[in-house]
Ligand binder design. Sequence first.
Ligand SMILES: O=c1[nH]cc([C@@H]2O[C@H](COP(=O)(O)OP(=O)(O)OP(=O)(O)O)[C@@H](O)[C@H]2O)c(=O)[nH]1
Length: 589
Amino acid sequence: MVLNPVISKLSGKLVVLASASPRRLEILRNAGLRFEVVPSWFKETLDKGLFKAPHEYAVETAKQKALEVARRMPFKHLKTPDIVIGADTIVTVDGMILEKPVDKHDAYRMLSSLSGKEHSVFTGVAIVLCHEKENEEVDYQLIDFYEETKVKFADLSEDMLWEYINSGEPMDKAGGYGIQALGGMLVEYVHGDFLNVVGFPLNHFCKQLDLIYNHCASSSDQESASVHVSHNGTHTTSITTQPPPNLELKNQDLQQITALMDGFKASKALFTASELCVFDLLHSRPRLDAAQVAQEIKASVKGTECLLEACVSLGLLKSKERTLQKPVYENTDLAMRFLRSDAPFSLHGYIQHCNNTIWPLFSHLESAVREGTNQHEKAFGKISKDVFQDAYYNSQEVKLRFMNAMHSIAKVTGKAVATAFDLSRYKTACDLGGCTGAMAYEFTKAHPGLSVTVFDLPAVVEMSEHFHPLQKDNRVSFVAGDFFKDELPKADLYILARILHDWPDEKVHILLRKIADACTPGCGLLISEIFLDEDRGAPSRGLLQALSMSEGKQRSATEYSLLLKSHGFIAAHVRHTDNFLDAMLCIKV
Ligand SMILES: O=c1[nH]cc([C@@H]2O[C@H](COP(=O)(O)OP(=O)(O)OP(=O)(O)O)[C@@H](O)[C@H]2O)c(=O)[nH]1
């Protein structure tokens, strides 16, 4: 017989069936398996609402039944089994999970819900492989799978129902019937494994043993395997071999955790070097040693030495050893391009903002999470009602720092956003909240026929000329106003770059309504944001940024397009730019 070699693989092993079901015992005995029966004490009380699909509930119950026996045996039976098998059978109909009826009325409820309909029978199976270690501890490797069989019942009259219930057969059976006995008379057809309905999917079990013992997952194999077998058009069987709980210390995992734990130290080292203008100094005077750098930045030699060495380890500086002399330092290419304050793509302004604004907010993250509120008061000693009003109408220093931060991000991201779409049909654009105009200049550079009006708060427009490029472009102009309150300049393309994430949906609707009112059909609206993946699992840049945001939230491209759609904008294209920001072009219909 074809399957016998698989069953024979278990000979000589202590196999335990963790089940009180006489049907399971019979099915496995008939297959020639030799085993002990130790019924599980696990109470079948898992919360069904916690499972996405019914089979997950059956599999989890099977696992718990088998694990309970595997863990109990070494203590109560003073022997460790090699293999423990657990199973759980359920019936599903109309979104309900039916187990064994608790009384005759429950049996009536179940059987009448099955009458004249097709239902599914799922049996979840768990195989626990026990590995005894030298110190007498036991490792458990868990393999689980499930099988689905479809069964159709004939129409059942009340008389038939009660006659069957009064036979006593339904009481210890999932769904209230035993297909192998009187219950077989109620059934019109069965699609799939008959024994699965009775309580144990023997064929699938043997295939799984074959996988374990003859193919990939030997009992000592710690790797996971996943195999999906499709039997026929009516049902699909899944086999999932899962790794045991991983008790081994893997260096790669440890490195991942350490990198996360140390992440803040790396950020702070970068912020400090940037704040102390180390990268600017080493740009104008490369190859200084630690004492020379310390003197220039007015810091201690010891502290500077540590900071420089840390920057070398982070790839921001290079050190050159000199025989019998102290090492000297210079910027790496990365520092030259992004960290010196006069570099074309300098992030210096944004780094200062991170250090002075984001860092203090993050140091109160625990309170922010507990309270769900902005931690401005704790971090800066005063309540914040509106981050922008605070940033712009606070001290001159704070305002400049904030504008610098926005400017550096816009310079780094501007080209990718400006060139994401063909905008040749637009002649006039309005960059709402366009701050220093850095993004607007990228748009006019990329689109020769386009003029851009930057619309921002009066305090911003007043300062914006400090940031204008040397070669001024008269296609960029500035208008002062509040986009929530004032009339928007007329344009056939509106740009919202890094604006919407700062606001809750209510405010986004106010702004979009104003833009929609200013638009004629065919006008464009270009939004640029970090678009979260649709399952909101990434990118972490966006998700981490959300932790310190006051009122706003990060959204996926679909979430943005739904907001826009409600104001008559159809999302025409979405571009993931690989830069800081993604972009979406919408058209007013
Ligand atoms: O057609 C049939 N359908 C179902 C059965 C039997 O129903 C029970 C299902 O219950 P469960 O999976 O919880 O298993 P228990 O009997 O409680 O035993 P455990 O100790 O393993 O929890 C099962 O016995 C099926 O065989 C049937 O006989 N015919």
